[in-house]
Write a protein that binds this ligand. Structure first.
Ligand code: ATP
Length: 504
């Protein structure tokens, strides 16, 4: 069991990020004016742009840039058979304890993690009970004793139509993946793809988490970006991985390291494959691809590691799972899971629906039930990870977000030096010309220093300032966010230059 890190400075950083999100309206509790319910959030104008940029970036990387992956967008509320077949009705549970005195309910593993400062990944209900008994863990609120650890199903139920009975029982989807499996047959027919191929989806998921926490890290309504990549089970090692990618190094935290309670180690994917640490080449392929993707949206690789699920922790459908963990202020935790779901889901849905979900191989003249590698990522968790990784302070305490231009909500701030008519007129002209090509914002209120700071706080990488010299020689000041350096450039070449800088 790994020691959970608790570094004061880092905790303080999280408060500052939450504060920034509220102050700048990036993300905030939903239904605020009525006293919100924990685990539900709304995005404000800046947050919604950042969210869309992350989603669009993922969609381009996964779907648009490849010819063997297609997208879908499935319904949020599904008939109960879908979730019976998938195993969620029977086993999508978290361990729960209730205080006998004040009746507050806690997630048992989180309670113990907080009390003992050790990771509970993969620890079963029996062991959790033993730890609570051994360490005499009491209710943090009133000091009361707890009930025995029970399991609690995380799915939200609803009844559809005017009659409430078993037939009208439906569930809000707790993951997007199952819609891909239930749509498999139709999408395969219309897209005419051959194995290996993938289906991807971005959309809402709902989980009745016992204790939502760490801001949007664990919420009850969130979005997922999921890919189900279907492969002939006999060809799980046929992935072609570029030499450079194989040589890529990152931190690995294997089952063995966790059992021996030693720290994660840096190694290459090549080494991990050779030593059979990663089970199949297709699994390694998608681990590499998403390690690259997280780096491409600006996450520092030293803050990422792949942690293998220990045997007791594997989901009912998985033969092998690797979490991509980020080093959060409250310790290393999952931002993405990459699982080998085998043929579990297609077989289950074939059994429950009576519809055969398989692929017919024309060459070999046989039906194949593909295996599936599933990279699954939370949008909010990714967004929070981006914010934590990008949060920076200058020596004087002023904040800036070191966001990549590709995901920054606003790419360029267009600012007249002062709110004077002649400067505003010129600045409006510059803004109108740029805004058709690049997402920019115009602001003329307050001192120029305050305006720079406002845009730094939402990660705007560039500011263009129009001053009295502009009126004379048609040049503007271009200011760079991180080092605040400034240069003078001609308006005529401005949009070209800005496009170049953003593409960099
Ligand atoms: P955890 O162990 O943190 O509960 P999980 O293993 O249940 O996560 P998965 O079922 O693998 O998560 O879901 C895939 C991804 O969806 C996660 O990596 C995470 O980014 C996101 N996710 C899962 N649950 C939540 C939640 N309650 N709030 C926000 N994002 C979530």
């Amino acid at each position: 069991m790994e020691e959970l890190k608790k570094i004061e400075g880092k905790e303080n950083k999280m408060d500052k990020i939450v504060n920034l999100c509220l102050r700048r309206g990036i993300l905030f509790p939903s239904n605020e004016i009525y006293g919100s319910m924990a685990g539900f959030f709304d995005y404000g104008p800046v947050g919604v742009e950042l969210k869309k940029n992350i989603e669009n970036n993922w969609w381009k990387f996964v779907v648009n840039d490849r010819d063997n992956i297609v997208g879908i967008d499935g319904a949020l509320i599904n008939v109960s058979k879908v979730w019976k077949a998938s195993g969620h009705v029977d086993s999508f549970n978290d361990p729960l304890v209730e205080c006998k005195k004040c009746h507050l309910r806690f997630r048992a593993d989180q309670l113990i993690e907080e009390e003992l400062k050790i990771s509970m990944d993969g620890v079963g209900v029996k062991q959790l009970q033993e730890l609570i008994d051994k360490h005499k863990i009491k209710c943090p609120k009133c000091g009361g004793d707890f009930t025995e650890v029970q399991v609690f199903n995380l799915m939200f139920k609803t009844h559809v139509g005017a009659i409430e009975n078993d037939a009208s029982l439906m569930y809000l989807r707790p993951e997007t993946a199952q819609l891909i499996f239930t749509d498999f047959k139709r999408v395969l027919a219309v897209s005419r793809k051959k194995l290996p191929f993938g289906m991807a989806q971005i959309g809402k998921a709902f989980r009745n988490e016992i204790s939502p926490r760490n801001f949007v890290f664990r919420s009850r309504e969130f979005s997922q970006m999921e890919l189900e990549f279907f492969i002939n089970p006999e060809k799980m090692n046929d992935a072609e991985i570029k030499e450079d990618d194989l040589k890529t190094e990152c931190f690995f935290y294997t089952q063995e390291m966790q059992e021996k309670n030693i720290k994660h180690e840096k190694m290459s994917f090549e080494h991990a494959l050779e030593k059979k640490i990663i089970g199949t080449k297709w699994h390694a392929y998608w681990m590499i691809e998403f390690f690259k993707w997280f780096k491409s949206i600006g996450i520092k690789p030293e803050n990422l590691r792949f942690r293998q699920h220990v045997k007791t922790e594997l989901s009912h459908y998985s033969s092998e799972t690797w979490d991509l963990d980020y080093n959060y202020p409250w310790g290393w935790k999952e931002v993405e899971g990459i699982a080998n779901r085998t043929d579990f889901d297609l077989k289950q849905h074939s059994k429950f629906s009576g519809d055969e979900l398989s692929f017919f191989d024309e060459k070999e003249k046989k039906k194949i039930i593909p295996f599936v590698i599933e990279p699954s990522t939370g949008v909010e968790r990714t967004l929070l990870t981006v914010l934590i990784d990008a949060y920076s302070e200058r020596e004087d305490g002023r904040v800036f977000l070191d966001l990549k231009a590709s995901i920054a909500p606003v790419k360029i701030a267009v600012l007249p030096l002062m709110p004077k008519e002649e400067l505003e007129k010129k600045a409006r002209g510059v803004f109108d010309d740029l805004k058709n090509k690049i997402v920019c914002d115009y602001d003329s209120s307050g001192s120029i220093g305050k305006r720079y700071s406002r845009f730094d706080e939402i990660g705007t990488p560039f500011a263009v300032t129009i001053d009295y010299q502009t009126l004379e020689d048609d040049t503007v000041t271009l200011r760079y966010r991180n080092d605040m350096r400034q240069e003078r450039i001609k308006i005529s070449g401005l949009s070209e230059k800005m496009k170049e800088l953003i593409d960099e």
